[in-house]
Ligand binder design. Sequence first.
Ligand SMILES: Cc1cc2nc3c(=O)[nH]c(=O)nc-3n(C[C@H](O)[C@H](O)[C@H](O)COP(=O)(O)OP(=O)(O)OC[C@H]3O[C@@H](n4cnc5c(N)ncnc54)[C@H](O)[C@@H]3O)c2cc1C
Length: 367
Amino acid sequence: MVEQVVVIGAGVYGAAVAAELTRRGARVTVVDAGAPGAGTSSATFSWTNANGGKKPRAYHDLNVGGMEAHRRLARDMSGSDWYHEGGNLEWGGDDAEREELIRKVDTVLGYGYEARWLTRADVLRLEPDMNPAELTADEIAYFPTEGWVEPVRLIGHLLSNSSAEQVWNDAVVGFETADGLVRSVRLASGQRLPADAVVNCAGPQAAKVARLAGLDLPMRNRRGVLIYTAPVAVSVSRVIRAPRVDLRPDGGGRILLHTHAVDDAARVSATGEIAVDQAAVDKVVEAGCALYPGIRAANIESVRVGERPIPGDGLPVLGPAPELSNFYFAVSHSGVTLSLYAGGLLAAEVLGENHTEELAAFRYDRL
Ligand SMILES: Cc1cc2nc3c(=O)[nH]c(=O)nc-3n(C[C@H](O)[C@H](O)[C@H](O)COP(=O)(O)OP(=O)(O)OC[C@H]3O[C@@H](n4cnc5c(N)ncnc54)[C@H](O)[C@@H]3O)c2cc1C
């Protein structure tokens, strides 16, 4: 019987798994090598979505489950102002992008996902500070159930409402195993935590943690660059995915800007220092200012680099390792969208429930 669980990592996944395990009555210790929420979960665009007809269908459904889990938690828990369901506006910059968007909208509508077409005038009613010249006249897709999350506040909320014991600034450095089971977890401080089960929620470090238990987890992590303005009096009320820039509000009047192209501007030196090419950052900021001219009044307050935890085939890894059957994984990209729901299902499995129906496509042994 599983009574004592060690959760490794206190990002969105670790916090979600720990919260659900304790809610179900398990004794839980959450361990993080640093501070809670200081990993990828603090450097992310954190857009909640199942946008794009994510494949396979089970992956789309898992993302929809994630969106619903955020909505439910925000509704049921007081003080849940970390969740912002303002929808997402998206349009193409040329014919090819417009056609791709039409295909995408058709696909998600076919899945029963909410999407509708707006005109420029509709959009300006929602986003009055947007420059009309940057918008197409019509064919602007609106996905009303999408939103964004303040992940570090979510993590704080989940941990403070759980009875999990918390161990910070102490890395997991090894496991004691016997008879195909993990028996205890060793920490850098020398502490040893007995465990009936462990959950690897170490995000981009998940492969390293798996190796400590003799398990191979293929990963192809990818860095991303996020640009934060200082507080500025511009009305941006939702996720915007324009042809040259993605942006959203980031609380306190800040605006967060990103493009997929700027991700390549992060360079890691031989000694591990990360630098970001300023010209690439300037290009994103310029696109943001063209879209919302009011952003010109703001300085860039910070540029952060996050590392996406991406399992080898791009899909989540959720479930046990057959060769070490009480060692579980909760690792994925899109973790902000997914973690509440996927982490909840995984926690239920650790305690004996079976969620094969939802999780069959995401098992460790497929890799
Ligand atoms: C640029 C960018 C944009 C993104 N955009 C989105 C988006 O729009 N929507 C979305 O849903 N997702 C998005 N993501 C992905 C999402 O942010 C991640 O999937 C999610 O934050 C991962 O959370 P996690 O809990 O798995 O990892 P993390 O937040 O990294 O947490 C892992 C924790 O494990 C700890 N740890 C590591 N090794 C050890 C060890 N040996 N012992 C103890 N602790 C350890 C770390 O210190 C860390 O705190 C984006 C990511 C990036 C980088």
